[in-house]
Design a protein around this ligand. Structure first.
Ligand SMILES: Nc1ncnc2c1ncn2[C@@H]1O[C@H](COP(=O)(O)OP(=O)(O)OP(=O)(O)O)[C@@H](O)[C@H]1O
Length: 225
């Protein structure tokens, strides 16, 4: 589904990721961990085509990303839902409008889609907050809204960047359960996190592989987490 083969990523400050190879199989569940600044967000951005590898091969849904034009890349991105680290809401729009943005951008605003929106917001426990503005939301509400927006177009893959970064343990468990539920629906899930207790908690609920970035390399973490 997503395959990196000897991918390196270099920017002005030097090489951040070196010779990374990994496959995310359909329906798999992965964690991506590593110290702050190790390159987790960068690796996620490579996975949805926001950045291109400096070298190596990256294919998403069996398409070599370097061969895609802008329109093809846009189609591909609709199949990958991203929960951004900072949520990225438009503060003057309501929660429901923010979550519906991907529908509007892709020209899908029929009644059935609006019904899906209401259902989706109830699923994440925000059915009563549709009209709230982003500055009025708590950290946990923002993260759940970001998750709803990431899956509104029914993507095949969900990439979540520190989805439990600013919430307490109870809320992080709730977010984790939602992500596990998405995986049980067949979606491929990758969660970037430095929270090892979250990973430990997940291991009894889902079969997850843990990838770790250390000194520019990506490794499969052992059972000693
Ligand atoms: N194109 C770029 N230009 C400048 N700096 C970059 C670029 N790409 C990555 N970096 C730097 O590389 C480092 C890794 O960033 P990244 O956000 O991927 O790490 P991270 O593991 O997600 O960190 P955190 O856990 O703190 O979110 C950062 O210091 C970032 O500023």
């Amino acid at each position: 589904m997503i395959e990196l083969e000897n991918v390196s990523y270099t920017y002005g400050g030097g090489e951040l990721l070196s010779d990374v190879s990994v496959q995310l199989q359909p329906g798999s569940f992965h964690f991506l961990t590593g110290p702050s600044g190790a390159g987790k967000t960068t690796l996620l951005k490579l996975c949805y085509g926001a950045l291109l590898p400096s070298s190596g091969r990256l294919s998403v849904f069996d398409q070599d990303i370097s061969t895609l034009d802008r329109d093809q890349l846009a189609v591909l991105r609709r199949r990958v839902g991203v929960v951004h680290q900072d949520c990225q809401f438009l503060d003057h729009m309501t929660l429901a409008e923010n979550v519906a943005l991907p529908l509007m951008v892709s020209g899908r605003s029929e009644t059935s889609e609006q019904e899906n929106l209401t259902e989706l917001l109830s699923w994440v426990g925000l059915g009563a907050r549709l009209e709230a503005l982003p500055p009025e939301l708590s950290g946990g509400e923002r993260q759940r809204a970001a998750l709803a927006r990431a899956v509104i177009l029914s993507p095949d893959v969900v990439l979540a960047d520190e989805p439990t970064g600013n919430v307490d343990w109870e809320m992080s468990q709730r977010l984790l359960r939602l992500l596990i539920e998405l995986n049980r629906m067949g979606k491929t899930v990758l969660i970037a996190t430095h929270d090892l207790s979250l990973i430990r908690a997940a291991k009894s609920q889902v079969q997850a592989r843990v990838l770790r970035i250390s000194q520019r390399k990506l490794q499969l973490a052992g059972a000693d987490l």
